[in-house]
Design a protein around this ligand. Structure first.
Ligand SMILES: [Zn+2]
Length: 200
């Protein structure tokens, strides 16, 4: 069984507000019963630790087999085939790496509105550099448009798949894609509602 995560990135929350905002989102998840317990490092592969899924997950998500017997979480937190199943809040510059570079399909310049092909290697590497720069250098990563030559920050490029780059993110280890019909709850919408900002 491979291990993967979904990531929601808040692309607008300022750096100084990210820790408090992260706590607010976690509090909401806990209230909804989506997560439970204390922050622990056994349920995620990330460094900061995460929260195991809560008992209400069976209310919001259709399962093909009965997992209720695994609540409260048992030793090793093994349920629905995975050991790593936590929700992991991450404060600090991050981006949704499942969307980039793996799902890179080009981008549109916000200055000239023209699409840049995903076959433009030079541009692709410029985007890679900008993402790295953004993480290392105070959340700034300008990228020049190959067509109009104007520089726009990496966060302003309309990328396909949307590149979420921001100061607060949440990784959900081995959770089902949020747009799956199995969910009766919209988790990205909850994050957006709590933070009041835009997420990717
Ligand atoms: Zn342009």
């Amino acid at each position: 069984m491979s291990d993967a995560y979904l990531r929601i990135v808040d692309v607008e929350v300022p750096e100084e507000d990210a820790p408090a905002m992260g706590k607010k989102v976690i509090d909401r998840f806990r209230k909804l019963g989506l997560i439970t317990g204390k922050l622990n490092k056994k349920c995620v592969l990330g460094e900061g630790g995460g929260y195991v899924p809560g008992p209400a997950i069976t209310k919001y998500k259709v399962y093909r087999h009965d997992i209720t017997k695994f609540f409260p979480p048992q030793k090793g937190y093994e349920f629905f085939d995975h050991r790593w199943n936590g929700a992991e809040p991450i404060v600090g510059g991050h981006y949704n790496s499942y969307a980039f570079p793996e799902a890179w399909a080009g981008a549109t310049c916000s200055k000239c509105n023209k699409p840049i092909s995903n076959r433009d290697d030079e541009f692709f590497y410029a985007i890679c550099d900008a993402v790295q720069k953004w993480q290392e250098e105070e959340c700034r990563g300008p990228v020049a448009c190959p067509l109009c030559k104007k520089k726009t920050d990496i966060t302003k490029w309309q990328c396909r798949t949307p590149l979420g780059i921001g100061n607060l993110s949440f990784s959900f280890w081995n959770w089902t894609e949020f747009d799956s019909p199995d969910w009766s709850i919209d988790i990205p919408a909850i994050v957006a509602e709590v933070t009041g900002t835009r997420s990717n």
